[in-house]
Design a protein around this ligand. Structure first.
Ligand SMILES: Nc1ncnc2c1ncn2[C@@H]1O[C@H](COP(=O)(O)OP(=O)(O)OP(=O)(O)O)[C@@H](O)[C@H]1O
Length: 308
């Protein structure tokens, strides 16, 4: 059975009369990297805080680890959370930061655990520099190490790439992929779909507190793939012609008059030629290529505005 690590049912959070997250449903399975994508104020942090046990939901249910029966607290202990800025001690080293926290958590064999963690996130345990001198990327790595202190099964990262330079972005992305390969299930938020697209295996588009779409990596790729959009009088009549004359096999029938053709080797003029030779009327035909950001904007714009 596939492990369901987190199940969200009708989760809602209201701050007074403002609904930050509304009626959210989602299942997160072991090994997934779930990208939560939304504009500023969409509800990403609130959602992650509820899942991480930092904010109490107004209504709805949260189930963890295949709904296994155990105390609620133990679920949250199996999660590592990095939301907003990591709470670090600026005047001591990375090692000392982890040491202080490990002491507070009562971890045994601290030294070995800290060495391992620092190595995992790519920081040098011998580096005695104070954290206040660290670059944003190094702080973020240390923040991730802090979140990993209790050896969690699930890691929650709120906009971990925000404010990093291109090199820092690549490094954090790489680290997230390595942690996932090592077995962690990861939830990560961003307001830039392109950033998530390099790592996430599942996408949740959130807009004004509502999930407007949940889609797999393959589905997202398909939506943004180059295609020819063909409008005809009757799709049913056009399809056998396209298959027979042009060997087109990758297509999608959108409705009775619209077909999308996904084949980069086919030119519009070839389709026009074979269809007109067979007497099939073309209403419209155009090439369409959408970037990830265009797709995201289109989806959120079409969802419209909500007024509480
Ligand atoms: N503690 C709070 N009290 C009142 N309103 C809040 C609180 N936290 C968040 N909100 C509101 O809830 C909505 C969702 O906020 P949230 O921070 O979850 O969004 P976000 O997608 O993480 O945005 P950003 O990318 O800007 O951090 C926003 O309208 C925000 O102003």
């Amino acid at each position: 059975m596939t492990d369901c690590m987190i199940e969200i049912c009708g989760l809602t959070k209201m701050y007074k009369s403002k609904t930050a997250v509304r009626n959210a449903d989602l299942k997160i399975y072991r090994g997934e990297i779930v990208g939560i994508i939304g504009r500023n104020g969409a509800g990403k942090s609130t959602l992650l805080k509820m899942i991480g046990g930092l904010v109490y939901p107004t209504s709805g249910e949260l189930h963890f680890f295949n709904r296994a029966a155990a105390g609620e607290q133990s679920f949250f202990e199996r999660m590592g959370v990095l939301i907003e800025n990591p709470g670090l001690y600026p005047n001591v080293s990375a090692y000392e930061n982890l040491n202080l926290l490990a002491m507070a958590y009562g971890l045994g064999d601290r030294n070995a655990a800290i060495e391992k963690l620092l190595q995992l996130v790519g920081l040098d345990s011998k580096n005695t520099a104070k954290v206040k001198s660290y670059s944003m990327g190094m702080r973020q790595r240390l923040g991730i190490a802090v979140a990993l202190l209790g050896s969690p099964d699930v890691l929650i990262l709120d906009e971990p790439i925000n404010g990093l330079d291109p090199q820092g972005i690549v490094e954090i992305r790489q680290l997230i992929l390595e942690l996932n390969t090592a077995g962690l299930t990861i939830l990560i938020s961003s307001h830039i779909l392109e950033e998530l697209s390099k790592i996430a295996t599942k996408y949740v588009i959130i807009h004004q507190g509502e999930f407007i779409e949940v889609l797999s990596r393959e589905e997202l790729q398909q939506r943004c793939e180059e295609r020819i959009e063909l409008g005809v009088e009757e799709a049913r009549a056009a399809l056998p012609v396209l298959e027979r004359e042009l060997n087109i096999t990758k297509y999608k029938v959108v409705d009775s008059r619209t077909v999308y053709v996904y084949d980069e080797n086919i030119h519009i003029r070839q389709i026009v030629k074979v269809l007109s030779e067979q007497g099939i009327m073309i209403d419209s035909i155009a090439k369409h290529k959408q970037s990830l950001e265009q797709y995201f904007l289109e989806r959120t714009e079409s969802a419209g505005e909500r007024h509480d």
